[in-house]
Design a protein around this ligand. Structure first.
Ligand SMILES: [Zn+2]
Length: 150
């Protein structure tokens, strides 16, 4: 990176700070030649590693479309879905990792989805956690009840 004052081709990082949601990093830099200081803000990318090993950029739209299926026939509006996707992205970014396992996205969806709609949550969990029998549903419902919901 060039110094914006003297165009020196090297700068030294004196301080780094991540933004609250983790989506960018603010760096304080100093030029070793003219000793002036300046700041840069760098956006951090968030990638998803799929089970196949393919890496693709994180997409809120994919979170929304996955959750929308589980919400069919439920009183959940598009605004709620968008907000949920935003919360999922923020929690993933807050972990500080640049690459997220696709499985961890499902995990990050479960919490906010449960607050949004318990039936949609059970549907989503049954696919995501691969429920194989009624007993799996019963256990999940028992957990919801035990925690004062449902
Ligand atoms: Zn300089």
């Amino acid at each position: 990176m060039h110094c914006p004052f003297c165009r020196h081709t090297d700068t030294r990082v004196v301080d780094s700070r991540a933004s609250e949601d983790g989506s960018s990093i603010r760096r304080r830099r100093q030029c070793p030649q003219c000793h002036r200081r300046f700041s840069t803000v760098e956006a951090t990318s968030l990638s998803v590693v799929k089970r196949s090993g393919v890496v693709e950029p994180f997409s809120r739209e994919k979170v929304v479309s996955g959750v929308r299926k589980a919400c069919q026939g439920r009183p959940v509006g598009e605004d709620s879905l968008a907000l949920l996707a935003q919360r999922v992205e923020e929690s993933l970014r807050a972990s500080g990792a640049a690459e997220i396992d696709a499985h961890d996205i499902g995990l990050a969806i479960l919490g906010p989805l449960r607050e949004l709609d318990e039936v949609a949550y059970l549907r989503f969990a049954s696919v995501y956690q691969d429920f194989g029998s009624l007993a799996d549903f019963e256990a999940a419902i028992a957990t919801l009840r035990a925690e004062g919901r449902g």
